[in-house]
Design a protein around this ligand. Structure first.
Ligand SMILES: C[S@@+](CC[C@H](N)C(=O)[O-])C[C@H]1O[C@@H](n2cnc3c(N)ncnc32)[C@H](O)[C@@H]1O
Length: 240
């Protein structure tokens, strides 16, 4: 299962950014900025971006924490991390050494499974995760690991798809997933890989259930905010 998910993302990696932009009409950038803001990351913080993929959210977080901060982007797909490194080179061509403290932005890319993070306990001031939670094999294990590595008082903001409660918007979302998304992916030869979104969303616990799981693994507070007419959501958790 883990290998299957990883190889899907390795195959998607070359077109992932292009499809994201196209399918969300660029809105994913706004939603990711919301996640960065709601993580309460501050200049100078050491932060984590789980399931970082091609690194868009990690770089947004890195800009927020600035030259005195540090971001670790974690993903188990080597192809996605390769795109993340290329994106970084494109956006910051003058920075050669990513961990150099005199750079104006510091990111370290880590190839690892988010269900077994290679970090000590209580290490991070804030965390984000974009479109990752729906894909992991065990949501409780993922949130438990996140809880372990956050410092006390730290927050994490977890952005993902959501099912709208309004039946008309829900029907629109389903039409969109079954038609536009799969058709766009088909044109790029990746129909099967993108057909997984709808069933993964059917299996994904919705807002209230996400809150329950987060509380069960130890988060002191957990709130789910539906955004984009309920088609997306951000789970914000705090460790005390
Ligand atoms: C849909 S992409 C999201 C990428 C990025 N966060 C974004 O918002 O554009 C999901 C990512 O999660 C990664 N992923 C899924 N399960 C994982 C796991 N158990 N450990 C590490 N990465 C994982 C995949 O490799 C993929 O890059």
């Amino acid at each position: 299962m883990t290998n299957e998910i990883r190889s899907i993302f390795n195959r998607i990696a070359p077109v992932y950014d292009q499809l994201n932009d196209w399918l969300s009409l660029g809105q994913h950038r706004v939603w990711k900025e919301m996640a960065v803001k709601w993580s309460f990351a501050q200049p100078g913080d050491t932060c984590l971006d789980l399931c970082c993929g091609s690194g868009d959210l990690s770089l947004r977080l890195a800009r927020r924490v600035g030259a005195t901060g540090q971001v670790y982007g974690v993903d188990f797909s080597s192809a996605m991390l390769e795109i993340a490194k290329q994106r970084f080179q494109r956006q910051y061509p003058h920075i050669q050494d990513l961990s150099n403290p005199v750079s104006n932005i510091r990111v370290t890319w880590v190839e690892a499974d988010v269900l077994d993070l290679p970090f000590e306990d209580h290490q991070f001031d804030a965390a984000t995760m974009g479109y990752g939670l729906r894909n992991v094999r065990s949501i409780p294990q993922c949130l438990k690991e996140l809880h372990r590595v956050l410092k006390r008082g730290a927050k994490a903001a977890i952005l993902d798809f959501h099912r709208p409660s309004n039946p008309q918007i829900r029907a629109f979302q389903q039409w969109y997933l079954d038609n536009l998304v799969v058709r766009a992916a088909h044109n790029l030869g990746l129909q099967e890989e993108y057909a997984y979104i709808s069933p993964s969303l059917d299996r994904f616990p919705m807002g209230a259930e996400q809150v329950t799981i987060a509380r069960q693994v130890g988060f002191a507070t957990a709130t789910h905010y539906p955004i984009a007419n309920g088609m997306m959501g951000v789970l914000v958790v705090t460790k005390l």
